[in-house]
Write a protein that binds this ligand. Structure first.
Ligand code: HEC
Length: 225
């Protein structure tokens, strides 16, 4: 369903480029597409299937962590890791406008390794030499974690958030995840982010800043009208 929506909006865009469709028609296509939020599908065992297309949601932050114990599997990471955090577009828009995460909100936090080739220094940063200077690079995808706000399915969880993780490994990731135990995921979000942030750390990150004019700026930069 979502896939079809996506295709139809791409087609709409193609037609705009070709100059065949009025602005009004193009934006009504887009509005239609935007009304259909990405959703998590649950299998018969109550496990969440890894949502498709999360890398095309709104990217709201990148963070970098030196080698440490991974919260995905409790193992020491092989390289420093970066995380990229994405928010489902309709939830993003609602949050930027209202400051509230609507029911159905989805976050994806994807992990990557850092490049550690012969041209790179060692720990902690693995800064690599290139012709233009020095840089740190993402190297390979290595896992993804999801948060879903779902009142009906998780009425007793703080903020109605459920947490899922799909392995600490190169893609393909594990196709499904049970809701992870509170001690493993939620507790840290409860203790450290807490109800004031609705348990979401990323509201303090660059892409979710609602102060002053930045609200309008981040909306315009993230999603077309
Ligand atoms: C020790 C604390 C801790 C634990 C345990 C933890 N997280 Fe988080 N989580 C964080 C922090 C800190 C961030 C913000 C990362 C950043 O961008 O700097 C975060 C961010 C996230 C995000 C992006 C939304 C947000 O709150 O910013 C998701 C999704 C997420 N975590 C899922 C999980 C899942 C799934 C688990 C269990 C496998 C888990 N977390 C366990 C601390 C934790």
């Amino acid at each position: 369903m979502r896939k079809m929506t996506f295709i139809s909006s791409i087609t709409g865009l193609g037609m705009v480029l070709a100059g065949c469709v009025s602005h009004k028609e193009a934006s009504s296509d887009r509005i239609k597409a935007e009304r259909e939020a990405a959703q998590v599908v649950f299998d018969e065992q109550g496990e969440a299937l890894l949502p498709k297309g999360y890398r095309s949601w709104v990217h709201v932050s990148t963070s970098w962590l030196p080698i440490t114990t991974s919260l995905l599997d409790g193992m020491i990471t092989k390289t420093p890791e970066l995380f990229n955090t994405y928010v489902e577009p309709i939830a993003f828009k609602t949050y930027v406008k209202t400051g509230e995460w609507p029911d159905g909100t989805l976050f994806a936090k994807e992990f990557t390794t850092t490049r550690v080739d012969a041209e790179c220094d060692g720990p902690p940063a693995y800064v690599c030499k290139r012709w233009y200077g020095k840089a740190i690079f993402q190297s390979a995808y290595t896992g993804v974690a999801i948060m879903l706000k779902d009142k009906k399915r998780f009425p007793n969880e703080p903020g109605n958030w459920a947490y899922f993780s799909f392995g600490h490994q190169p893609p393909p990731y594990q196709p499904a995840s049970p809701p992870r135990a509170r001690e493993r995921c939620a507790q840290c979000h409860i203790d450290r982010a807490g109800p004031k942030l609705d348990y979401v750390f990323s509201v303090e990150r660059i892409g979710l800043d609602r102060a002053g004019d930045s609200r309008r700026d981040i909306l315009e930069a993230s999603l077309p009208d």
